[in-house]
Ligand binder design. Structure first.
Ligand code: ATP
Length: 242
C-alpha cells in the first residue's frame, strides 16, 4: 500500500526528510514516531500527494507520489494535525463539505448519517465545530477523513489533546478498520500508542533511526546485562542521544 525509497525533502538549506524508505502492507497499522520537527508531517504530506519530494521515489496505492498526486488525494483519507475543520460550520455541515470534496453526491446524506451514528455525534450534529472541545473535534475530524471509506488512512497526531477514554475508543476503531482491511499510518508522541502498531518507524532530524516490528526492535536494543527488554521510551531516548 505504501512503498517509499530514499525520499528526501528540503526547505531552503534545511533537509526536513532525509532519505526515508518505508514499506507498509495491506491491513497494517504503521506508527511514525519522532520528536517535534523530526519530519513526520512533511513525510505524510508527500505520501498524501500534498507536497512533492526533492529526491527518491515512492508509490501509494500503486500510484506515483511525484506524478499522480491528484489521484492519491482522491483515494486516501487524511486527518491533519490541525484537524482541518471549519469552525463556523456545524458538525453536519463539515461532514457535508468533506462528502462533496470526496465526490460523494447521491448517497451523501446516508453516509453522513451513518458517520454521525458511528462516531456518536448525534447530540452535536447541529453545533458549530468551533465551540466543541478537543475530544469532539477529534471525532468529527476522524469521521470526515473516513467518509469515503478510503483503503488507506493517514492520521497525523490524531490523539493529541484527547482524554484517555476517547483515546482508547479511538484505537479500538483503528483495530476494527485494520481488521476490515484498511491500512493506517499514524504519527504519535505517545509510546504506548506506538506499542500498539504492527510496525514503527522512528525518526530524528529527518532520518530514520530505527524501523520494524516493535518486539524485534526491543530485542535489537536489549542490553545483555539486563534481563528485561527496553521500553520504547528508553529506545527513543537512546536514539535521540546518539
Ligand atoms: N513549509 C515549510 N517551510 C519551511 N520549513 C518547514 C516547512 N514545513 C516543515 N518545515 C521544517 O521541517 C522540519 C520538519 O517539520 P515537520 O512538521 O515535518 O516535523 P514533525 O515531525 O511533523 O514535527 P511535529 O511533531 O512538531 O509536528 C522542521 O524543522 C520544520 O520547521
Amino acid at each position: 500500500m505504501i512503498q517509499l525509497e530514499t525520499i528526501t525533502k528540503r526547505f531552503g538549506n534545511h533537509t526536513a526528510v532525509d532519505g526515508v524508505s518505508l514499506s507498509v502492507g495491506k491491513g497494517e497499522i504503521c506508527g511514525l514516531i519522532g520528536a517535534n520537527g523530526a519530519g513526520k508531517t512533511t513525510l505524510i504530506r508527500m505520501m498524501c500527494g500534498l507536497l512533492l519530494p526533492d529526491g527518491g521515489k515512492g508509490q501509494v496505492l500503486g500510484l506515483d507520489i511525484r506524478y499522480q498526486q491528484k489521484a492519491i488525494r482522491q483515494q486516501i483519507g487524511y486527518m491533519s494535525q490541525k484537524f482541518s475543520l471549519y469552525p463556523d460550520l456545524t458538525v453536519e455541515e463539515n461532514l457535508r463539505f468533506y462528502a462533496h470534496l470526496y465526490g460523494i453526491h447521491r448517497e451523501a446524506q446516508k453516509r453522513i448519517d451513518a458517520q454521525i451514528e458511528e462516531f456518536h455525534l448525534r447530540e452535536v450534529r447541529h453545533e458549530r465545530v468551533g465551540r466543541l472541545p478537543g475530544g469532539w473535534l477529534q471525532r468529527v475530524a476522524f469521521a470526515s477523513a473516513q467518509l469515503h471509506s478510503p483503503p488507506l488512512l493517514f492520521l497525523d497526531e490524531p490523539t493529541s489533546g484527547v482524554d484517555p477514554v476517547t483515546r482508547r475508543a479511538f484505537w479500538e476503531q483503528l483495530y476494527r478498520l485494520a481488521d476490515e482491511g484498511a491500512t493506517i499510518l499514524v504519527t504519535t508522541h505517545v509510546m504506548d500508542e506506538a506499542e500498539r502498531c504492527d510496525q514503527i518507524t522512528m525518526m530524528n532530524q529527518g532520518r530514520v533511526v530505527t524501523q520494524g516490528i516493535v518486539s524485534q526492535i526491543k530485542k535489537e536494543f536489549a542490553n545483555e546485562e539486563d534481563t528485561r527488554l527496553p521500553t520504547l521510551d528508553e529506545i527513543f531516548i537512546q536514539c535521540m542521544e546518539r
